[in-house]
Design a protein around this ligand. Sequence first.
Ligand code: ZN
Ligand code: ZN
Length: 122
Amino acid sequence: MSNHSIERPDPKTEPEKWQAYWKQQIEEAQTLTKWFIGNKAFDRIRYGDEEGYPSDLGICHDCGIVTGQYHVPSCNVEQCPKCHGQAISCPCRYAEGQEVSEERDIVEKYMLSLTATLQTGG
Ligand SMILES: [Zn+2]
Ligand SMILES: [Zn+2]
């Protein structure tokens, strides 16, 4: 209410503000350690452990985490632990017919809070 004009900071020029902007989502994301794919649990890939990525990228330009943390769900940098594609766009997690309700609930909660944050920013 008081912070009516939160703007999306620039991750390159304002890394600390970028992290602060994502703080709550980052904290919650650390409790989500697995993706459920085809009803099997896969350990999520931590930032810096991705296949084919450099290992020291600095803070994530999309969700503000540092090396060793889990990305915020919906981050476009996260890698799928099954196919090593982009987690938000690969077909694994939301393949037809798989039961992901529990995980999806969590992700939807994030998306809602994210949407709320963005709407606050105007
Ligand atoms: Zn990220
Ligand atoms: Zn995948």
